[in-house]
Design a protein around this ligand. Structure first.
Ligand code: SF4
Length: 445
């Protein structure tokens, strides 16, 4: 059995063996080499997909390069968000302050790129030297007549999850500042889909078939004007609840907009999402359109999945992802294609999320919160997993252990949402698990 840092004992359990709850939402234990990123990174990834805004990282160049173009965040129009502008703070700024540098960087970039808004990210060193970022932003906003929004995301404040909340608060300052978009009475905002590989466009097509208007896709292919109008939608549909629940709750309080938590991954959750949205509007026509859509998609998808399901019977998978909702959807989707989940963990799940995750996993599955490479490697060896599903930091763990890897995070190029996404996922799992390359490994799993 693997040994843990004593302070992490209640963040790991084996279902069917340990009859307690997994505790989530704790700060990382010092020395545990957590897979979590910093506060600034959390804010940056949430605001990053706003494609017609300027994103300026106020700090040393390293913070900007660390988050430069690390996500798909595809845009159907402007690509300004993909730049990682930095004030490039040096020793002299640490001694004399970086406010002038920030002012010049912002005014120069706004004149050059004419963005609809600007976000200014405060990093660790800015928190230490005490630059008045808010006042510089106010000054530039008044001069340039665009919203210039400070994002007070100094990395040392906490973890990536704290960065999500700060980004939601920054975004909330834009919401409710314009009323010019035409809206239908059946309109939604999409929160928490990051359009990494075009997923948003799949969802847009589904909602179009149901005659539901997407007023603002806040975190994917985002536009400043849409976000400014987002307070006028009838419903917020939240996918990545870890990053976006704070904004959904704020919009409920400030504008009375209800929200639904959904997942667009896997057949069951995708269909539930469409039905739940239709149910919210209490409109028989929309519900009938949702039923027709699901029926047509399943008629196409189920026969196409069958060969993968047969070939993958007996395969064991490890999951370590950002949020718990994604992990829950993955367990269900893997089961559908004959794959058993033997490790399920997340960076940002909370205790309630883990109760749901535990309920759907099989006995023997190891559940883990805020893990690290040593633990994850041990769990893979212990369970004999054939496949690891995770993000950029889990890829080397899988490859070093000689097992297949499937990217379910920033870097992927294949859309995994919706019905076509499920087929892409099955194909990818099949191809990595059955790849001939594993024959050449010294100790294949
Ligand atoms: S921890 Fe601080 S210095 Fe490091 S990337 Fe985050 S903000 Fe920058």
């Amino acid at each position: 059995m693997t040994s843990f840092l004593q302070d992490r004992e209640n963040q790991v359990l084996t279902k069917g063996k340990d009859f307690r709850d997994l505790v989530g939402g704790k700060p990382s234990v010092a020395g545990s080499v957590s897979q979590r990123a910093c506060v600034f990174c959390g804010s940056r990834v949430v605001l990053y997909p706003i494609a017609d805004a300027l994103h300026v990282v106020h700090g040393p160049i390293g913070c900007a390069s660390y988050t430069w173009d690390i996500r798909g965040a595809m845009s159907s129009g402007p690509q300004l968000h993909r730049n990682s502008f930095s004030t490039d703070l040096r020793e002299k700024h640490v001694i004399f302050g970086g406010e002038k540098q920030l002012y010049h960087t912002l005014t120069h970039l706004i004149d050059k790129h004419r963005p609809e808004a600007a976000f200014v990210y405060s990093t660790c060193i800015v928190g230490v030297i005490g630059d008045d970022v808010q006042s510089v932003c106010r000054q530039v906003a008044a001069e340039k007549k665009i919203p210039v929004i400070p994002v007070m995301s100094e990395g040392f404040q906490g973890s990536k999850k704290d960065g999500y909340k700060i980004a939601c608060d920054a975004m909330a300052t834009l919401i409710g500042t314009d009323n010019s978009k035409e809206i239908s009475p059946v309109s939604i905002n999409i929160l928490g889909d990051f359009n990494l590989a075009g997923e948003l466009w799949i969802l847009t097509e589904y909602y179009r078939r149901m005659d539901v208007q997407i007023l603002a896709s806040i975190t994917g292919d985002g536009r400043v004007k849409d976000i400014q109008n987002a307070h006028r939608a009838s419903l917020n549909v939240v996918q990545c609840s870890g990053s976006m629940m704070h904004l959904a709750k704020r919009m409920k309080e400030d504008y009375g907009i209800p929200f639904l938590k959904v997942s667009y991954f896997g057949i069951e959750d995708m269909s539930d999402a469409l039905y739940e949205v239709a149910k919210h509007f209490g409109n028989d026509e929309i519900m009938e359109k949702a039923r027709i859509l699901v029926k047509e998609e399943l008629q196409r998808l189920l026969p196409a999945l069958e060969p993968y399901r047969k070939a993958l019977q007996g395969t064991k998978a490890a999951i370590y992802v950002g949020g718990a909702f994604k992990a829950i959807s993955l367990v269900k989707a893997l089961r559908l294609i004959g794959v058993q989940t033997v490790i399920a963990g997340t960076q940002t799940g909370n205790t309630e999320d883990y109760k749901l995750l535990k309920a759907i996993c099989d006995d023997g599955c190891i559940l883990v919160d805020d893990s690290n490479p040593v633990e994850l490697s041990e769990f893979v060896k212990q369970t004999g997993a054939h496949l690891f599903i995770g993000g950029v930091k889990e890829r080397p763990i899988a490859h070093k252990l000689g097992i297949g890897f499937c990217d379910h995070n920033h870097e992927r190029k294949l859309a995994l949402a919706g019905y076509e996404g499920m087929l892409n996922f099955a194909k990818e799992v099949y191809e990595t698990v059955t790849s001939p390359v594993w024959r050449f490994m010294k100790h294949p799993a």
